[in-house]
Design a protein around this ligand. Structure first.
Ligand SMILES: [Zn+2]
Length: 238
């Protein structure tokens, strides 16, 4: 166990080193401790009746999202980063009164917004899996919310995911498109990570495995850790 933790820490250091230009920066990034007043919210997309996308064999996006979020939570705990999860189990976050699928979806999203809004000095990672009719497409894709912190964090996360998962992935991080309810209604720095395509058989089978999910979690943790060193100690809104 001790050896595993050491290895883990080493991986994070290497991730940090990979994205930093100078050795001095690497040292200061490792030496600095995360701001204790800050909270990282981890949002596993979908849940319960809403499974999101699925693989050809019927594995649900919502389960993969949750599994990656839980692995990321464990890593963050190891690093001493405070995290909060929008959901910890396979359930929708809708309120009791919602009855139709549409009502439940709307209620679920409103409750996620309210959850995120309940924390000051928060940052959010929303974890999803992609799906497209053409099965050729693959590769992680990061979207970022408005503001410089989100953009810088999103671009860095995209780069770390590329290096860790697939160096051939030439996707760039993009501004989140209009119409994503959660992102339109929150004001903290936030990124949405589409970890890969469930419509691509090869990538889907990787996304279902623990080692691949752990790599994604390491990338998310490493990029977040770096971001903490680059933003002001007290974040006052964008
Ligand atoms: Zn999704």
């Amino acid at each position: 166990m001790k050896r595993d933790l050491l290895l883990l820490f080493l991986c994070l250091c290497i991730l940090g080193a990979a994205a930093y230009v100078g050795r001095d920066n690497v040292v200061s990034a490792i030496a600095a401790s995360p701001d204790e007043g800050r909270v990282l919210i981890l949002d596993a997309g979908h849940g319960g009746e809403d499974g999101g996308a699925s693989t050809a064999s019927g594995s649900r996006e919502s389960d993969i999202n949750l599994s990656i979020v839980q692995k990321t939570e464990a890593l963050m705990a190891f690093l001493g980063v405070r995290t909060e999860l929008t959901r910890m189990e396979d359930r929708s976050m809708h309120s009791e009164g919602a009855s139709t699928i549409r009502e439940k979806k709307v209620s679920d999203l409103k409750n996620r917004v309210a959850f995120v809004g309940g924390f000051s000095n928060a940052m959010l990672i929303s974890v999803h899996q992609n799906h497209f009719t053409d099965t050729r497409y693959s590769g992680a894709q990061v979207f970022y919310n408005m503001g410089d912190v989100s953009r810088q964090w999103g671009e860095n996360t995209q780069e770390v995911l590329r290096q860790v998962l697939s160096p051939d992935n030439d996707r760039d991080a993009k501004a989140i498109p209009d119409g994503i309810y959660l992102f339109e209604h929150i004001s903290c720095p936030a990124i949405l990570v589409e970890c890969g395509f469930l419509s691509n058989g090869e990538e889907a089978s990787l996304l279902l495995t623990d080692p691949y999910q752990r790599k994604i979690s390491l990338a998310l943790a490493g990029a977040y850790w770096q971001e903490l060193q680059m933003i002001p100690t007290v974040w006052e809104g964008e």
